[in-house]
Design a protein around this ligand. Structure first.
Ligand code: ATR
Length: 276
């Protein structure tokens, strides 16, 4: 049976999701097709109802619709509800159900370079926006307890930590406080856009107190190595770029749609080739 999948966003022309999913559909011999739909804010409701009416099997959601889409869906799962954002929708017998695979995608990618249990690690998240929410609530969902959030605007970090369950032992802190106690963390995760192309010389936090045993990760994948990662590597740390999160959020969406967890190495090679 043929099926249609898609991406709703604005802009979508540079998205790598269509190439990634269409390559997987071919690879797994599925007669499915994935199309990127450019949808403006004011057309979102109409677009979602149109996809429901047409019986589209599922879709991804990207900037700027991840939050706004929720009110047009028939239901969302618990992690997406905590995060307050949806990036993947599955059509189940005509009902559109929303999920968020961003945080779990990041965790899958992180697990590939962490020695031992994530649950025993002390983690610092830099940033308190949508991506930080997704990662924080996904870490909380797998019982990681020691997570601090630092942010340029301290009040947003405090607010985000306040939304977590009583089990979380972390705090919202300033960037300066985080810099001073940087050597306490096993894992540091940058979720801000600081260092993203074209601002290659920007760094979200000073690494003066970084311990070489700390893993430093960035959700940015353009460039593949941000200044944060280059400096961390120079200081002896293991680093992780944002390709893994992008690929794994896509892999988890693909699994929800098809029941197959796809070959992420293949996906990663395709994305890196496309990035040139
Ligand atoms: P996303 O959904 O990608 O996480 P967002 O919700 O706009 O994007 O959040 C962006 C995050 O990056 C915020 O934590 C923001 O800090 P503020 O809350 O202080 O705005 C952070 N950020 C963006 N640009 C920054 C900069 N130049 N310096 C420091 N932090 C920055």
């Amino acid at each position: 049976m043929s099926k249609l999948y898609g991406l709703l966003g604005c802009p979508v022309s540079h998205s790598m999701s269509p190439a990634m999913h269409n390559d997987l559909f071919l690879h797994y011999k599925l007669n499915y097709y994935y199309h990127a739909f450019h949808v403006e804010n004011e057309d979102l409701e109409m677009a979602v109802n149109g996809l429901r009416a047409l019986g589209v099997s599922g879709f991804n959601v990207t900037i700027p619709h991840k939050i706004a889409i929720i009110k047009y869906l028939d239901g969302i799962d618990g992690v997406a509800a905590n995060i307050g954002a949806v990036n993947t929708v599955v059509n189940i017998d005509g009902k559109l159900k929303g999920y968020n695979t961003d945080g779990d995608g990041f965790i899958k990618s992180l697990e590939s370079c962490v020695d031992g249990l994530l649950q025993n690690k002390k983690i610092l998240i830099i940033g308190a926006g949508g991506a930080a929410r997704a990662i924080l609530f996904s870490l909380e969902a797998i019982d990681v307890h020691a997570i601090d959030v630092c942010n340029r605007t301290l009040s947003s970090a405090l607010q985000l930590i306040a939304e977590c369950s009583y089990k979380l032992s972390g705090s919202g802190i300033s960037i300066i406080d985080a810099e001073n106690r940087l050597n306490e963390y096993d894992i540091i995760i940058n979720t801000t856009s600081v260092g993203m192309y074209p601002n290659l010389e920007e760094i979200p936090i000073s690494l003066t107190n970084l311990s070489p045993s700390t893993i430093v990760s960035d959700i940015i994948y353009n460039p593949l190595e941000t200044k944060l990662l280059l400096e961390a590597k120079r200081k002896g740390s293991i680093t992780l770029n944002g390709i893994g999160m992008f690929v794994n959020q896509g892999a988890l969406a693909f699994e929800k749609w098809t029941g197959i967890f796809p070959d992420t190495r293949r996906m990663e090679e395709l994305v890196i080739n496309k990035l040139g």
